[in-house]
Write a protein that binds this ligand. Sequence first.
Ligand code: AHR
Length: 333
Amino acid sequence: MKIKASCILCLIVLAGLFVFCGCKKRIQTEEKEITPIIVGFSQIGSESAWRTCNTQSMKEAAAVEDIQLVYANAEQKQENQIKAIRSFIVYQVDVIVFVPIVQDGWDNVLREAKEAGIPVLVIDRSIRTSDESLYAGYLGSDHTEEGRKAARFLQRKFSRVQRPLNILEIRGTDGSSAADGRYEGFREIINKDSRFKIIHSESGDFLRSRGKEIVERILSVNGKLQIDGQPIDIIFSHNDSMTLGFLDVLEEHRIRSGKDVTIVSVDAEQEAINALKEKKINCVVECNPKLGPQTMNLVKTVYNKYEIPRVTSVDETVFTEYDNLSAITPRGY
Ligand code: AHR
């Protein structure tokens, strides 16, 4: 009998939960026994260095706080996330934390969690829902603002240029708040400036391999970075993984990234900061993956039945070619 990968994933989550709930660790203090909080954490997958760091941050922060984290990797599938959340409900974890791969389609499962009396925290990516009471709060970046920051850098860089400037946009996962927000925020600014024209926009799903493929395909036409005869002056890439995927391709075609073509990326992983220092990237808008400590604080608050803010923001900046590059200290991932 052929067992689907998603079934195996579900069995792993269930087995993990069985072990966790069956052996709920008790911490002996002088006065009383404390039973740790159990958190079911549904992560999207491991599509980027950003994501790996985000998962690591969650695991480390949970360990520091003595919170038992039941981790489920959804392998980039919303259906796997829904299954994982349902398993968390069945096993009555104390709090559910999840990173929604896309914005829509969560209401039913969140209603089930609410009916079971389990508070839900949404982190990193936000959701669209008809009923805001279905989750306790959101912790993460303002992705629309990240798109605006990328556009503002271009306005600054080209403030003295009058010619038309053509943009290739490589988007993240369509339907995700990270990609949709960056898309919207970027256009909010860029569309008001007639010099800038987005001549092509395509999803690379936040994957390094897709960033490489997209630029390789464009260059395969005649070896030039152009679309329908229009030269590409700027690449706005929704994450560093996709950017790092195409930097080598440009080099192979003797196109000087950062000079012949301006590169704006998002995240600020170490490899991208190195490329910024080498002037191969012009600007990196930071998206902070280290959400673990703030998440665990919110977990403790909702567990103790206190309210949390609807939105908790994270500390982020923008790194550009105009900064003192030797002084740049990114978050070390
Ligand atoms: O949701 C955050 C985005 O997801 C990051 O920009 C990207 O690298 C990740 O995969």
